[in-house]
Design a protein around this ligand. Structure first.
Ligand code: GTP
Length: 368
């Protein structure tokens, strides 16, 4: 039996099995197997296509990458056309066969690359078509923008979510708080910091580990809300990506006000109309907010800082990260920094490499 058939058989068995206390462990085991086979399927495809979709991967450029995902004709190209200014050069050859073009969104001095993934990802988890390459690119995103058609029902969002879920992409979710370490000897040791409030039991964990042929490992479940699915995710950690997702409903000009209101109230959601130029600023603001980047302005001694050209770093970055973003070796030359802004206790504060900078700080770097 091929992997696809095995996956199908497990999915069918899961659909047939009633969910209750008696079947809980069995279902957990099936989920574990399903995760294993799906991964195998994706790995096989990656190997045979020469490293994850040749001719597709587009170089990451700018300060962050946003990936657009959505069904055809929901308005991805329209959105890209409205919010991005320049088309990056690499686009033209990397994407010729895919008719998809990354653009650059310039926002308050930061450059955010927006990649429009071609078509849909549907069928990716079954190893079909372009889906896999699309998924490989989606994994590299700092933020996924799921573009949805407000005139269509909830199924479009559900099926995209299901598809991403199946390939190991977790949306708006934290990594499960489970410590897991494979060992050479010593058997299986399982501990819980508090009794599980979900369905994660010692027996369930043991059953799955046996199926994965893992005989020596240490496990500590640190969160009482962790489920069997979370444990399976931890076991398959190398193939899991935890990515923020912003849901964007387009074409709100074509639905009732009540419907717009309802959609807008969903979590992590913005509504817009490309055609009527409605809500586009909100989309851009929300992208910026979700990416949670910090702009730091550098200042030379005796000169006013250049507020047009910030260094853009991840939230919670240190002066050390800042140095690294300037140049790999800059840290070696670093002596101290003067920092103005909300991260500084006084103005300016003399800081070392471990000082954490805030958005809109001004920093002067001094070298040895
Ligand atoms: N009513 C309405 N129609 C829109 C809106 N935005 C886009 N459209 C229409 O939707 C159709 C698809 O728009 P595109 O931007 O090409 O959609 P896409 O998602 O890039 O489609 P693919 O290239 O097939 O992936 C076009 O006919 C647009 O005119 C909108 O805000 N309201």
């Amino acid at each position: 039996m091929g992997i696809i058939d095995k996956i199908k058989a497990i999915e069918e068995e899961m659909a047939r099995t009633q969910k209750n206390k008696a079947t809980e462990h069995h279902l957990g085991l099936l989920k574990g197997k399903l995760a294993r086979y799906r991964q195998q399927l994706l790995a096989d495809e990656t190997a045979s296509s020469g490293g994850g979709g040749s001719g597709f991967e587009v170089a990451k450029s700018g300060d962050a990458r946003v990936v657009l995902i959505g069904y055809p004709s929901v308005g991805k190209s329209s959105l890209l056309g409205k919010v991005t200014s320049t088309k990056s050069e690499i686009a033209h050859y990397a994407f010729t066969t895919l008719t998809s073009v990354p653009g650059v969104l310039k926002y308050q001095g930061a450059e955010i690359q927006i990649v429009d993934l071609p078509g849909i990802i549907y069928g990716a988890s079954q190893g079909k078509g372009r889906g896999r390459q699309v998924v490989a690119t989606a994994r590299t995103a700092d933020l996924i923008l799921m573009v949805l058609d407000a005139t269509k029902g909830a199924h479009q969002r559900e099926s995209l979510e299901k598809e991403l879920e199946a390939v190991g992409i977790r949306l708006n979710k934290e990594k499960p708080n489970i410590y897991y370490k494979k060992k050479e000897t010593g058997g299986i040791k399982i501990n819980f910091t508090a009794p599980s409030k979900a369905n994660l039991t010692e027996d369930a964990i043991k059953l799955i580990l046996r199926d994965y042929r893992i005989h020596n490992a240490e496990i500590l479940v640190r969160d009482d809300k962790c489920t069997i699915d979370d444990f399976i995710d931890v076991l398959n950690e190398q193939h899991r990506n935890y990515i923020k997702c912003l849901y964007v409903y387009n074409k709100i000009d074509a639905v009732s006000l009540e419907e717009v209101d309802r959609l807008a109230r969903e979590p992590n959601t913005v509504v817009m109309s490309c055609e009527m130029d409605l809500g586009l600023d909100d989309v851009v603001d929300e992208i910026w907010y979700q990416l949670n980047l910090s702009r730091v302005f550098t200042k030379k001694r005796g000169v006013r800082p250049d507020f047009t050209d910030p260094l853009v770093v991840r939230h919670n970055s240190t002066v050390g990260d800042l140095c690294h973003s300037i140049h790999r070796d800059f840290k070696d030359k670093f002596k101290y920094a003067l920092v103005w802004g909300s991260s500084a206790k006084h103005s300016p504060q003399k800081c070392g490499l471990t000082h954490r900078v805030h958005d809109e700080d001004v920093v002067s770097l001094f070298t040895k």
